[in-house]
Design a protein around this ligand. Sequence first.
Ligand SMILES: Cc1cc2nc3c(=O)[nH]c(=O)nc-3n(C[C@H](O)[C@H](O)[C@H](O)COP(=O)(O)O)c2cc1C
Length: 308
Amino acid sequence: MVSKARMAVSLGGIQMRNPVNTASGTFGYGWQFEGMYDVARLGAITCKGVAAEPWPGNPAPRVAEVRSGILNSVGLQNPGAEAFCAEYGDYLSGLAERGCAVILQAVGHSVDECKAAVEALDSLAPWAAGFEVNVSCPNLSRGGKLLGGTPEDAAEVVRAVRPLTTRPLLVKLAPLDVSNIARACEDAGADALSLTNTVNAMSIDVHTRRSRLSRPTGGLSGPAIHPIAVRMVWEAAQAVSIPINGIGGIETWEDAAEMILAGATSVSVGTANMYDPASASRVVDGLAAWADEQGVSDINELIGAFEC
Ligand SMILES: Cc1cc2nc3c(=O)[nH]c(=O)nc-3n(C[C@H](O)[C@H](O)[C@H](O)COP(=O)(O)O)c2cc1C
């Protein structure tokens, strides 16, 4: 679909040919989707979280279907930065050359582990357009409270990792006190924010009386969380001036357009990739048609154009 409107956006310095990104952990490392469509059509992909060292993740069952979404407790399984770059670097650098920005997500169970992940990825992945630090993980060095659960804690992570790369730095927020946490991340030097991560939730098998996951709770994602995520993007957009990557239950171009009107510069398709693998590509076309229908010459004119 060729749009008359200009579709390129800048996500905190990450140049995207259109506003469509993929949400970490729902799109593998990109190559898995090449058989479905040309992945380089997307503005960006965000890879699953990578730590400095390999993490095994949680025991099965890790995913359970619930109404209008899924619950997961994958536990950020990943091969570690070195193995990740050795195995997927060729594909991802080629994807970057084809014009799709590759965003790498850094994860850690403490501020020091986040630093180690960003440092390792920055030196091993010259092809990455930028980094996203996930502050929605438990901080095991502080009794398991979320790394970025408060404005102070989130800012501490951002201040620690900011000096470790000159490339754009995104922060992926949990669905908590978003306005205040967003402001704290901006003040600490974040270039953009991704929100939101999954919503803490629970599902019980009434026959066995056990959790439908291997742990009592997990993260809810998919259409069930979309209106919550739109509200959070809108609130964060009022609070900060850095760009926002809107995430949560996007499966159609209309869902993506809603996020843009609420104030998102870009959008990430997440769980929808898992049940409708071509959805992100369709969102690219749908947004282009929408921009034309709205009569704008540049998609940026629609960012935050919501009127109450
Ligand atoms: C199976 C699965 C794995 C995920 N892994 C990650 C991850 O590694 N890092 C992260 O920040 N978010 C992770 N997420 C959260 C998504 O990136 C996204 O923020 C969330 O699912 C909400 O978007 P959605 O409703 O479109 O899926 C994961 C989600 C799912 C369903």
